[in-house]
Each structure stands twice: as structure tokens, then as C-alpha cells.
Design a protein around this ligand. Structure first.
Ligand code: KG4
Ligand code: ZN
Length: 366
């Protein structure tokens, strides 16, 4: 197809986990981005009694409200479907029952209105999310840290990623969630643990430093998770709990920084004399300690530092709409036969060549 010129206005739909979200984003021909609306309905209350996301509950909840969420996003943008250039829906990876709901809704609108459909990889949404708040040029080094994913990627352009490292067990957000659960904190654990860590002194709890100083850019959080859960079981005092929360947060931030620093060194070697950009995205990028430690690391290595506005760190549809708009601008669209994919690595070639990076991911968001 010919590449569209002029501004593109795209409806994004996101239902891959426990947020039902729709948003309208306008991308100018010059690449300037404007979020016209972003509506997110969280299912946290429905899943909280179970301490995590229940796939069947998630899928049913998406079905019940997706129409209303899309209607609200269109109304807040002040548009009807005729004002759209295309529809972008998350097609994976995620809980496939939920993914099918949003993808089917996107297909229905595309079919009824004769609009192009873009089947978006949720991770590509996170990869572009920092561009919702600032003009960040390609290429950049990306640390994607969410509930289901923890990986370092060289992002060369739209849909062009090379993975430098990923977790060999849990994702960073998953570690936050599981440790928080062991400490009796509510789901999702990341924000609750960050709040508890306020006023804590983690120095008294030496936690394992997995892979620290080791070659490569892979991550591992399972040892930390086990050690923290064991310590948590023996603590009752509020200050002890604050101190442990602080220690956990610092340990996760330290590992993210250590692995990122290795990736920065390798990335910079191949790009001498070029502008070096480091971007962190995903739910864990909302954590202030993580942001601060990574910003210091980037500065030390001569990289600029960017993170999405807080509202676009965790799952949202604005990032899906933007990823869709970028693909649409590049002439990349999908047929109405696009499938929902529970697993969908960003760099499929590398994932196939190095299968250690395919499995090993568990949890609701894998
Ligand atoms: O990106 P996201 O909404 O969903 C996935 O695609 O996985 O990320 C959710 C994850 C959860 O594990 C949550 O605990 C974590 O991000 N998270 C945080 C914070 N806010 C969300 N972790 C640490 N500190 C936070 N402030
Ligand atoms: Zn996500």
C-alpha cells in the first residue's frame, strides 16, 4: 500500500491483561504526537481477592465494558469514527482471551468503517510509550520492565528491534508483585511496595546480587524473590517491613542498572560518535528509585535518559495507538485475519536463534 501522508488519527485498543483501555492519538506528518484521549478501566478490584490476575475474569470484564470504553475515548477526543485514519489493537502477547476481545472490537470498527487495521505487539507499544511525552529519535537503547517482561533492546526504528538480554526467570514487575504478596501487601505489589519503602533503610538486609558483574545483559530475580520472602516471613514490626521494602526496591534497581550499564557499553561501542539515547518503559518505570538509579547510570555512560510520563508507564491504549500510527505512516497494516497471540517476542529472529529467551517466562503477563 502507499504510505499515507499528513496527520494520522488512530484509535488504539488495549486488552492484553487487566486494563481495558482505548485512546485516540494524532501523529503529525512531522512526527509530533498529541494524545486526544486516553481512557483506562482497571480491573484491579475484581482480581485483588485472588492476589493476581485471573484470566477468565479478565476476559469477561473486557467484554462487558470494551464498547463503553471505546465510546468514551472517541467522545473525549471529540471525534466520530469517520475522523479516524486507522484502528490499532493489541494482538499479543498477553492473556489470549482478553487479547481477542480488544482485537475483535478493533476489527469490527475497521471493517464497518473501511479503515486500515494495525495489529500491535503490546511490547512495541511500551517501546514507543516514552515518545508520548517527548520527541525521542530512533535509534535508542530500551529497557522494557513490566509485569511480564524484562529485556534490553536496541530499537533501530518502527518494528525493528534487537534483543541484547532478557530475564532468565521472573520479570522485574513480577518480582515486585510476588515479594509484595509475601509481605502481605495488596496487588499490584509494585506501587504498594514503593509506598512501604518510604522511610525505610534497606542497608540492614543484604539481599542476593544475582548476576552482578557477570558477562552479558540477562536478568534473574528468583534468588532475590526467595530470599526476600524468607526474610518477610520473620518480620512483624512496621519499621522492619519498611526496611525490607527499601532493600528489595534497591536490589531490583541495582540489578536493572548493572545490566543496563553492560548493554550501554556494548551499544555505545557500535555507535561511536553518535547520539546515545537510553529509554526505560513499562510498569516498573513508574518506580522513582528505579528511574533515579537508571538516570544516574545513563549519565555516567554518556546517554540521554527518557521515561514515559507516569500515566503511560503502566498499560494504556495511547501507546498502542501511537505504535499503530507509526506503523500506518510506514505503510505497515494487517488483514482482518490477524490472530491473537499469547506469546509474541519483539525480535522473533533472535528469539528463534536463542531459545533460552523464549520460555522461562511465567505469570499472567507472560
Ligand atoms: O506495564 P504493566 O502495566 O503491565 C505489563 O505489561 O506487564 O506493568 C505492571 C507491572 C506490575 O508488576 C506492577 O507491580 C509494576 O508494573 N509497577 C511497579 C510500579 N508501578 C507498577 N513496580 C514498582 N514500582 C511502581 N511504582
Ligand atoms: Zn504492559
Amino acid at each position: 500500500m502507499t504510505e499515507p501522508t499528513g496527520p494520522l488519527t488512530v484509535l488504539g485498543v488495549e486488552t492484553s491483561c487487566d486494563e481495558t483501555a482505548a485512546a485516540v492519538v494524532r501523529r503529525g506528518a512531522d512526527g509530533r504526537v498529541e494524545v486526544l484521549s486516553s481512557v483506562i478501566a482497571s480491573q484491579i478490584a475484581a482480581h485483588a481477592p485472588f492476589g493476581g490476575v485471573v484470566p477468565e475474569i479478565a476476559a469477561r470484564a473486557h467484554v462487558e465494558i470494551i464498547d463503553d470504553i471505546i465510546r468514551r475515548a472517541m467522545a473525549e477526543a471529540g471525534l466520530d469514527f469517520g475522523g479516524l485514519s486507522g484502528v490499532a489493537a493489541t494482538a499479543g502477547p498477553g492473556l489470549v482471551g482478553g487479547v481477542m476481545v480488544g482485537l475483535s472490537a478493533g476489527k469490527a470498527i475497521a471493517l464497518a468503517r473501511g479503515l486500515p487495521l494495525v495489529a500491535v505487539n503490546h511490547l512495541e507499544g511500551h517501546a514507543v510509550s516514552a515518545r508520548l511525552g517527548a520527541d525521542i529519535a530512533y535509534p535508542f537503547l530500551l529497557l522494557l520492565v513490566s509485569g511480564g517482561h524484562c529485556q534490553l533492546l536496541a530499537v533501530e526504528g518502527v518494528g525493528a528491534c534487537r534483543r541484547l538480554g532478557s530475564t532468565i526467570d521472573d520479570a522485574a514487575g513480577e518480582a515486585f508483585d510476588k515479594i509484595a504478596k509475601a509481605m502481605g501487601l495488596p496487588y499490584p505489589g509494585g506501587p504498594a511496595l514503593e509506598a512501604l519503602a518510604q522511610g525505610g533503610d534497606g542497608a540492614r538486609f543484604p539481599l542476593p546480587r544475582a548476576l552482578l558483574g557477570r558477562d552479558g545483559c540477562d536478568f534473574s530475580f528468583s534468588g532475590l524473590k526467595t530470599a526476600a520472602a524468607r526474610l518477610a516471613a520473620g518480620l512483624t514490626g512496621e519499621q522492619d517491613r519498611r526496611d525490607l521494602a527499601d532493600a528489595v526496591q534497591a536490589a531490583i534497581a541495582r540489578q536493572l542498572a548493572d545490566r543496563s550499564e553492560r548493554a550501554m557499553a556494548a551499544y555505545a561501542r557500535a555507535r561511536e560518535g553518535q547520539d546515545l539515547r537510553f529509554v526505560v518503559a513499562g510498569g516498573v518505570a513508574a518506580n522513582r528509585t528505579v528511574r533515579r538509579v537508571l538516570e544516574e547510570t545513563a549519565a555516567r555512560r554518556g546517554f540521554s535518559f527518557s521515561a514515559p510520563p507516569l500515566a503511560y508507564c503502566t498499560d494504556n491504549a495511547a501507546m498502542i495507538a501511537l505504535a499503530g500510527a507509526e506503523r500506518l505512516a510506514a505503510g505497515l497494516t494487517d488483514g482482518l485475519d490477524a490472530v491473537a497471540r499469547p506469546r509474541w517476542p519483539l525480535d522473533e529472529a533472535a528469539a528463534k536463534a536463542n531459545p533460552v529467551h523464549i520460555p522461562g517466562r511465567k505469570g499472567a503477563k507472560a
